[in-house]
Structure formats: structure tokens, C-alpha cells
Design a protein around this ligand. Sequence first.
Ligand code: ZN
Length: 290
Amino acid sequence: MFEICRTCGGAVQTSALLAPLPFVTCERCGFTFRVDRAEEDVHAIYEEGAYSGALATLYSDPATLRNRRRDARVRLDFIAPHAPRGARLLDVGAAGGAFVEQAIARGYAAEGVEPTPEFAAFARDSLGVPVRATTVEQAGLEEASLDVVTIWHVLEHIPDPVDVLGLLLTALRPGGAIAIEVPNAGGHLALSQGREWASLQPEVHVNQFGPRSLAAALERAGFEVVDVSSVTVTPYLRRGQRLQPGQVVHRLRGVQKLRTVSSTHPHGHELLRAIGRRPAAAQPAASASS
Ligand SMILES: [Zn+2]
């Protein structure tokens, strides 16, 4: 049982917003996490194939794969200012490999690691891209061997996110960048919908990040925080989906609530994105337990 916040070390208490679900919330940074999940249980979910049967619906159907490729291009636009072409890039939680494929197409020396074996096999056999079937902890990453790490919708699944960030910090060269996306538990939808929030997914999302806690996790792992902001899901939707009445109403509510038409906001939109950088000067990473 953790009695302190896993990202900032602050005091935690039962989450009033999510009770009776077994989440605690940090009084200082707002990080909200399940205290009843161990690293081993969570690895087993992915390695033993809880998602294996979902390869077609999540990934390999032609229409779905088109969507995953579009997701990848949205994220590549996001990282472009921080990741020059030719950069050595590792995608962590690479799933079926669409991001690695699109990154290679844009000139990156990209590869991936993915714990669900069927997903990694699809990436290699069907897309022809280098994705290894392994957890990041077991990947044997070489120190300072990478220019960029991308980790899309992974940190919310991992009981000790600062440990994983610390591993990735070491694998980056000094000055190298990490790009993160997670659901935004600090956004207006999450806060107004509580346990009904569609992205809560309490069985698999053991961590619920907001902007402050995501920044705290990066800092605790030793990164410089370059940027943390919230973004809308709109760029990830097909044109037809964007025009559906439910989506239009949802967007208008967001405009009303956040008083902006911008697709980025410091804390209010549905997704959180962050860029961190390994400090250029050689200095040891802060340990997760310090
Ligand atoms: Zn905290």
C-alpha cells in the first residue's frame, strides 16, 4: 500500500470524486491512482493476452488501421518541433505498429516495444516494421541510445509511472525528448462526469493524470518539463464523426465551459500531452523513492 503520491510524494486521501472505486488522490498535485494494483498483475494483463482477441477491432481491420495511421500522423505533427528527421525514436506500447510505420515514412529511425505478442507480430508481419514483443522494463534499452521516446496512452496503465519514465530518461541521450499523451483526468469532462467519464476505465487505467501530476511525474523522473497542455480529441476523429450531433454538442459545451475555441488549453480538454527533455548537462536522475 502506497501512502504517498507516486508522482510528487505528497499526502494522499480517498478520491471523493471516484468513490467507491479504490482510487486515492494526492492533495498536492491531484494525481489519482489505484493502490490495489501491483506491477506484476498489470504486466500479466498485457503479456497474457487480455487484448490479444481485440487485435482486429482495435487494430488490423482495414478501416481501423486507417484510423490508427491518422492518429499517428497527428502525433507526428505534435513531436516534429522536438524531433528532427533521422532521429532515433522508440515508441513504447507500440501496439500494432502504425505509429512506427508512419514515423519511418517521415524519416525517423523508429522502432517499438509492445507487451502484447499478437500486436507486435502484426506490426512485424503485416506492416513490416520493427516492434519487439517485450515490456519496456525487460527491453534492455541501452543507455543514451535514443533521441526521442514516444509513449502514447501507456502511463495511465502502469502502476509505477515514475520508474518507467526513469528508465526512458536513461535510454535518452542528454538533450533527448520524450512525448507523452494520456487521457486528461483534470479536464472539464472528467471532473463533471466523475465515475461516468468514458476514459476513466478504472480496470485498466490505474493512474488518472491531470496537468500538474503529469508534470510532477516527469520532474520526479529527472526530466525538464518543456510543455504540458490539454488538447481536444477532434483531430483524431474522422470528418463524419466530427459532424455527428453528439460530437458537435460536446464541442460546444467545451467552448462554453473553457471559454475558448482553441483546440489547446492549459488544463480543460480531454487529452493531455507533454514534452519532457533529458537535461543536457550530465546529472543523475532523481530516484523514484527520493
Ligand atoms: Zn502528488
